[in-house]
Design a protein around this ligand. Structure first.
Ligand SMILES: [Zn+2]
Length: 156
């Protein structure tokens, strides 16, 4: 699937949300934002552009429209299960690459395979574990230890 990288912005922050929020929570936060006055300003401006000037300075309208577009975009990404998953994975990889040192490169077949859980695991030298579900291996190449801050790169 051709998918544009959509992680230039922290879309969770735009919605005042956290990655751990449930879909219902995300929706509630989006809807709360959608009730803020700048939404009405935007719709007003869209349908009655001439009327707008009287109430709000042009610069401010632009700012609010920009904000509206951001919130709308954030919701388009986070409100959809598939794009949200894609975005989360990208964020995770970017954060790993930025913040954590790479410990080792490991071939997937060198990890322990757990058939019941469909999970690959590897012991970290700290005593913790690296683990990655089979269905994640297609999208994720960096995995962090569940205990320390080390990261491994999965080679396939
Ligand atoms: Zn570790």
């Amino acid at each position: 699937m051709a998918f544009e990288r959509i992680n230039q912005k922290d879309w969770y922050k735009v919605l005042g949300a956290k990655p751990s929020d449930s879909p219902a929570e995300l929706k509630r936060k989006y809807q709360k934002l959608a009730l803020l006055p700048f939404f009405y300003v935007f719709f007003d401006w869209q349908y009655h552009p001439d009327k707008q000037e009287a109430d709000v300075p042009a610069g401010e309208v632009e700012e609010r429209v920009q904000r509206f577009i951001e919130i709308d975009q954030a919701w388009k990404i986070l409100g959809n299960e598939e794009t949200k998953k894609e975005y989360d994975l990208q964020q995770r990889e970017d954060n790993l690459t930025k913040e954590w040192p790479l410990h080792a490169q490991i071939y997937l077949e060198d990890m322990s395979w757990n058939e019941d859980e469909q999970l690959y695991t590897l012991s970290c030298r700290c005593g913790g574990n690296y683990s990655i579900f089979k269905n994640e291996t297609k999208d994720v190449s960096l995995v962090c230890c569940d205990t320390c801050s080390l990261v491994i790169e999965i080679l396939q």
